[in-house]
Design a protein around this ligand. Sequence first.
Ligand SMILES: [Zn+2]
Length: 163
Amino acid sequence: MSGRGPAGGSDHEAAMGLALAQARLAPEHGDVPVGAVVVGPEGTVLGAGRNTRERDGDPTAHAEVLALRAAAARVGSWRLSGATLVVTLEPCTMCAGALVLARVDRLVYGAVDDKAGAVGSLWDVVRDRRLNHRPEVISGVRAAECATLLADFFTARRRPPTG
Ligand SMILES: [Zn+2]
């Protein structure tokens, strides 16, 4: 992963693969499969996270927040300028706010969240013109895989237990 900007599409797809791998771990502890990674300007993965809201009983334990925290701990600063946050699902208002506060340069997300999305669906928190810092947004990266993972999780949940 070395390219930057819109031309680095394959880099974003590779990073999304890492976010998807995180997401796939979440159902093991009863959490909705959402995963995220923060990639530094040189293409290094600085932090990763997955939704652990149920496991930890923590309403703020979303994948993006945990990935941003891990990246900030590694970098030694809350300021993640130059970094890209890659997440399987469109961020909610909390996570959209967090990534703006972390000053990431770019947000890459997969599936759209019609019910709670805050980067284009219900709100557009990160591109509000009143903000000084507005990250670039690239959406729809490996969106089908990201959405299928979620759909499969909810389908399995609705299915009555057997045996
Ligand atoms: Zn969130």
